[in-house]
Design a protein around this ligand. Structure first.
Ligand SMILES: NC(=O)c1ccc[n+]([C@@H]2O[C@H](COP(=O)([O-])OP(=O)(O)OC[C@H]3O[C@@H](n4cnc5c(N)ncnc54)[C@H](O)[C@@H]3O)[C@@H](O)[C@H]2O)c1
Ligand SMILES: [Zn+2]
Ligand SMILES: [Zn+2]
Length: 399
């Protein structure tokens, strides 16, 4: 089959491959096929390490392996496949990668809910492939490798559907923008899209990692009157206060539900579970007030179940909401979130605890597991063209 003149031949890249749960994460040579119809190739500048990657490494979810890891990232478009003329993308564009590369045609996409895209939920995510059911990734001797969530950003290049590469402004800090692709979209989106937190509402956020701190920042943007941050690590609670929390609860020292009741006696309007342990999900529901909503953002291992009191829930007119990818409309929300970063309304830099080479992916995941690391960026070494923002300069930070 012929390809368009702009399409490159397969290239040898470096990628972090997981062969089985618990196996060492090693950077190896990987072959990346050229982008097919409706796909683009992106040089990854930075990839963020998310707790979801940790779930995969621990074997808590059923993910096809071997897999090139990573689902949070940012980079520069390096090649366009056939049939991409109307994508609005060009070589050299700065993009944030989306882990729900929505098809645009299923009933959920047509209903304006692309974060619930069926093609992604039924094919791309569970099978570790792109839309056509095949992978662009293989070992140099031809063994097939899977994509993770249609992204596989722990690599120096990726091939993704055009809807998985969201064009963003070039004056933004491209490496730090990796976080917009998962933590910020998920956390801010859960507050603004899934829950629709109103000005004046009372909010608690359980778990202050990258996702939870993004919930805190989203609640501040929404004008919440109380934002109670709950965590078990003092440093994370201190940072939550800097990012907009009005109160904190150290769940390692006290019963968090009782502490939340003491702070907001009538119960909370919204509680975000941003860690996804059974205990924290049950705490989120138990801490609600009249008409409150518990928003489940954090994710437990497959097959977990939590308990709640249906009578109390019904009588208090409460809701339990699931939030996948912050219910985002990625093409709309990601550029807006980038505007908020550049304008100083979202602090992304404070959520980055380290920048490390791609080779340290395994160590970065171990540090996240240890509980003290926040978002860590894996830096590939690829740099955008001269004169374009590629690394973040805190001295030039606005706001
Ligand atoms: N729904 C989605 O679309 C979506 C998207 C991305 C991530 N996630 C999930 O969100 C969760 C959080 O991800 P992250 O990257 O922010 O994780 P993280 O590891 O950076 O943060 C988790 C935080 O929870 C805190 N914590 C642990 N146990 C606690 C407890 N008992 N009470 C209070 N706090 C506790 C930790 O100290 C840490 O600060 C994960 O389960 C991840 O898989 C969901
Ligand atoms: Zn994530
Ligand atoms: Zn769809």
């Amino acid at each position: 089959m012929s390809t368009t003149p702009s399409a490159p031949s397969a290239r040898r890249i470096r990628g972090v491959v997981l062969h089985s749960p618990g196996a060492p994460l090693t950077v190896t040579e990987v072959d990346l096929a050229p982008p097919g119809p409706g796909e683009v190739e992106v040089a990854v500048v930075a990839a963020g390490v998310c707790h979801s990657d940790l779930h995969v490494v621990r074997g808590e979810w059923d993910v096809p392996m071997p897999v090139v890891m990573g689902h949070e990232g940012s980079g520069v478009v390096t090649a366009l496949g056939p049939d991409t003329a109307d994508s609005g993308l060009a070589v050299g564009d700065h993009v944030v990668l989306s882990w729900v590369p929505a098809c645009g045609e299923c009933r959920y996409c047509l209903a304006g809910r692309p974060a619930a895209c069926r093609l992604v939920a039924d094919v791309v995510a569970p099978l570790g492939v792109l839309y056509d059911g095949t992978s662009r990734l293989s070992t140099p001797d031809g063994e097939r490798l899977h994509h993770y969530l249609g992204v596989s950003s722990f690599a120096d290049h990726v091939v993704v559907p055009v809807s998985g590469a969201i064009k963003v402004r070039k004056d933004a800090p491209l490496d730090a923008l990796a976080l917009v692709g998962c933590a910020i979209a998920t956390g801010v989106g859960a507050v603004r899209n899934t829950a629709g937190v109103e000005a004046g509402a009372t909010v608690a956020v359980i778990g202050c990692g990258g996702v939870g701190l993004s919930c805190v920042q989203g609640a501040k943007l929404s004008g919440a009157s109380r934002i109670v941050a709950v965590d078990v690590v003092a440093d994370k609670l201190d940072l939550a206060l800097e990012l907009g929390a009005t109160d904190v609860v150290d769940a390692s020292a006290t019963d968090p539900v009782a502490a939340l009741r003491a702070l907001v006696p009538e119960g909370l309007d919204y509680v975000f579970d941003a860690i996804g342990k059974i205990a924290t999900t049950e705490q989120a529901i138990a801490a609600l007030g009249q008409g409150g909503a518990a928003v489940i953002v954090g994710l437990p291992p497959t097959g977990s179940t939590a308990r709640f009191d249906p009578l109390a829930l019904a009588e208090a007119d409460q809701r339990i909401l699931g939030s996948n990818y912050g219910s985002v409309v990625a093409q709309r929300d990601i550029p807006t979130l980038v505007d908020l970063v550049v304008g100083g309304f979202l602090d992304v830099e404070s959520m980055i605890s380290a920048r490390r080479p791609l080779e340290e992916a395994g160590a970065a995941l171990a540090d996240l597991d240890g509980g003290h690391a926040l978002r860590q960026l894996l830096i590939t070494g690829y740099r955008p063209a001269a004169g374009e923002a590629g690394t973040y300069d805190p001295a030039k930070r606005e706001g």
